[in-house]
Design a protein. Sequence first.
Length: 242
Amino acid sequence: MRIIAASNYEEMSARAAEIFVAQVTLKPDSVLGLATGSTPVGTYQRMAEAYRAGKVSFAACRTVNLDEYVGLGPGDSQSYHEFMWENLFSHIDVKPEHTNLPDGKNLDAVAECARYDALIAALGSIDLQILGIGHNGHIAFNEPSDHFVAGTHMVELDAQTIEANQRFFERREDVPTTAYTMGMAPILQARQVLLLVSGEAKAEILRRSLTGPITPEVPASILQLHPNLVVIADDAARKWLT
């Protein structure tokens, strides 16, 4: 495990983007594991800046996203598909056919989870996987549980997760309560995992995840087992680690 100190969110984002640019420069056809939510937005903005400056091309990359709300998909403003196009894909030269997310509009959970697992397997190991962390320790939408789930699965979202996601919707009742999420196996099999953490509100769960027992009650704690985990955390998030 390597922890990179950043003074604030902006520095955290810049350092993370540098790692992505370096990865794609060294391996232009990298498989990039991507995340949604507010944490990676700054990173995506800087990746787009690097592309516009001619420092990197994503044309040969393939991407695989962690999750999608069940019931939402292309054309739905709050879907993760639209999030990715708004915040990254439309600002770089990635080919649309090289981008992959779970299909939230496929309500056959068994079929969709099997399809996504097969897709990930066909891509091979993810070269660089970016993660945020939820206030309850979730990574992707792997919520606190009594066991870890290896493959893609449909999950009932934790009340704390729904509360955190409400800021993206007009009303609480509009927030989806289920999602498809990548399981732990592809995350742990990624060649490098980049965990981004910002803000004092994440300090305690970051401490528990990195220094506490490995338990499905704190899903992110499983990252302690990853041989190439890089954590970029700002000063506020590292409150209990310094």
